[in-house]
Design a protein around this ligand. Structure first.
Ligand code: PLP
Length: 391
């Protein structure tokens, strides 16, 4: 048989996820404390699980409307009105997706023509660059500095905008840094986006896990609802990663275009998960607050303990990640992560997974129980002592 390359050039050229590659290493190792994976250590609150079970018992096993259960869209509409005072039509401006992951993929495919650019502030969630490339667009990375709390400023954004710029993917609170934007900062960014007429894809999946400050949704900014696609979901705040439910809210033409792709590729999110999500929106607030309280306790501990250990870091204001500098170790982020894993059995994610400028950092997730976090920090102390002795 004539040997053929079965894989498309586009996919072949795509770099594998830095996180996944590293966590292949962790699998199969014993007694590892993992601060690597970005998912809650809590199980989904019982009332939400029970609704899922009940929906199965009652025989809810069919497809739903492509747009998602009408009841869920109505509940989301009400939730956003109450929380942020924004209005979306449940019929035409809200789409239920398979996690925020699917919504991200749909939105870039819905808006991009070949070669159009999408600005992506870094450090950023690992999927942003690849989904833009897969959609035929060009990711334009905009690195933010630690001295700016890992946030971009309007001057930087202005410089990055070209005639080919179609959109920007914002994510706050941020994975991997935990930093978030104030209303004042968002206003300045919004002014640039409005001036250049670009689509703002606002990934606010950690919006409900914001500490010390109030989360400001991008579509609430002056005029922004007309060009913003707001993305949120149930994975993080409600500890529902495995249920795979998210949603996108935005201008009608974009939501209609996303729905077109979604109906041909996915059809709909699972009905069981959507019914559980209805329960989450209706009565999950208290559980979210309880989990948030515990994340906050861990955040305060990690911030103090890591700084004492020589791993200097900013205090995260949201999500469940902390992004310490490893400069004091004298190692690259990959060496640091590999040696910490081998020598002390603690798994963290190398900073380069989030952008090439971040080799001086690692990402740690504090979605791990408090006792484990304490143990992990003790192990890191030993590790840092060994590193600094040799430097
Ligand atoms: C910033 C960000 N966006 C989106 C996702 C994907 O979320 P979902 O489980 O809703 O697909 C993640 C998951 O880690 C994330 O960190």
């Amino acid at each position: 048989m004539k040997k053929k390359n079965f894989v498309s050039k586009k996919v072949e050229a795509l770099a594998p996820s830095g996180i996944r590659a590293f966590f292949e290493l962790v699998l199969g190792m014993k007694e590892v404390i993992s601060l690597g994976v970005g998912e809650p250590d809590f199980v989904t609150p019982w009332n939400i699980r029970e609704t899922g079970i009940f929906s199965l018992e009652e025989g809810y096993t069919s497809y739903t409307s492509n747009k998602g259960l009408y009841k869920l869209r109505l509940l989301i509409q009400r939730f956003l009105k109450q929380r942020f005072d924004i209005d979306y039509s449940a019929d035409e401006e809200i789409l239920i997706t398979v996690g925020v992951s699917e919504a991200l993929d749909l939105v870039v495919r819905a808006i991009l023509n070949p070669g159009e650019e999408v600005i992506i502030p870094q450090p950023c969630y690992v999927s942003y660059g690849p989904i833009v490339e897969l959609a035929g667009g060009k990711p334009v990375f905009l690195p933010a500095r630690e001295s700016d709390c890992f946030k971009i400023n309007p001057e930087q954004l202005e410089k990055a905008c070209t005639k080919k710029t179609k959109g920007i993917i914002l994510n706050y609170p941020s994975n991997p840094t935990g930093s978030t934007y104030t209303k004042k900062e968002l206003d300045t960014i919004n002014r640039v986006c409005k001036k250049h007429g670009i689509v703002v894809i606002s990934d606010e999946v950690y919006g409900d896990l914001t500490y010390d400050t109030e989360h400001v949704a991008f579509p609430t900014l002056s005029g922004a609802q007309a060009y913003t696609v707001y993305l949120n979901g149930f994975s993080k705040a409600y500890a529902m990663t495995g249920w795979r439910v998210g949603y996108a809210c935005g201008p009608r033409p974009i939501i209609a275009a996303m729905t077109k792709i979604h109906q041909y590729t996915i059809l709909c999110a699972s009905i069981i998960s959507q019914m559980a999500a209805c329960e989450a929106v209706q009565s999950g607030k208290r559980s979210v607050e309880e989990m948030k309280k515990e994340y906050n306790r861990r955040r305060n501990f990690m911030y103090e303990a890591l700084n004492e250990t020589g791993l200097s870091c900013l205090k995260p204001l949201g999500a469940f990640y902390i992004f310490p500098s490893i400069r004091a170790s004298g190692l690259s982020s990959l060496e640091f992560a590999q040696r910490l894993l081998r020598e002390q059995k603690v798994a963290v994610v190398p900073g380069v997974a989030f952008g090439k400028n971040y080799d001086d950092y690692v990402r740690m997730s504090y979605a791990t129980n408090y006792e484990q976090l304490k143990k992990a920090v003790d192990r890191m102390k030993v590790f840092m002592q060994q590193c600094t002795r040799k430097v």
